[in-house]
Design a protein around this ligand. Sequence first.
Ligand SMILES: [Zn+2]
Length: 251
Amino acid sequence: MLLSSEEAEVFKIINPDGKSDFLLVCDHASNRVPKSLNNLGLTDGQLNDHIAWDPGAAQVALKLSQLLDATLVMSCFSRLVVDCNRALVSPQLIAPISDGIKVPSNQDLTDEERQQRIDTFFKPYHYAIESILDQRNGRSTTLLSIHSFSPALAESGEDLARPWHIGLSFKEYDKLINHLYAELMKDKQLCVGYHQPYAVDEEFDYTLIEHGFKQNLEHGMVEIRQDQLATEKSAEMWAQRLHIALNEAVV
Ligand SMILES: [Zn+2]
């Protein structure tokens, strides 16, 4: 068994009766690892780092859910256990190496071990999003995915400093993100990435592709740089900023 009974919650649905057209998702909200996997062989320090989760993303998503009165679905386990935002065929679904760090418990998994992680964590999370979309049948819905990104990647050793405070992207249906981009750009202090630091990709953005793009729903991804989310207060400030910009954007 991968999970003990007290660890049973693999996703959380916040504000299920939210009235907003926005449905928020946070794939990398948590760095929890089930006890049975012994920290995946990593140190606590490594598990607190960006390889295991998106630091600050959960706080932004929770506050935004409250401000918008929007339903939010969050994963409750680390992306290193299984990454809920990767296509099942992706070699990064259960990453053997992440940003140059070898993940000991993700080496040479058997098909059974792999399937167990998918069935225990990945599938219930996506089923939850799917069920919420089903229940909203006919109701206008915009899927908004909340992430945070590392100010620089350690991997290549080059200077990979990322200048954007926030990055926005989408696969198709540009209305939401274009308006949001225009709103945020009104603040001359902000460096806003457009399809930066990441463009939406079939392999790496499973959630948005599967539940947004393939369902013909307006959708977007927001990525906030992690040093902008260092405190609870700064995360709330970003949620407020997004709330204002989104309100302007949907008018
Ligand atoms: Zn993420």
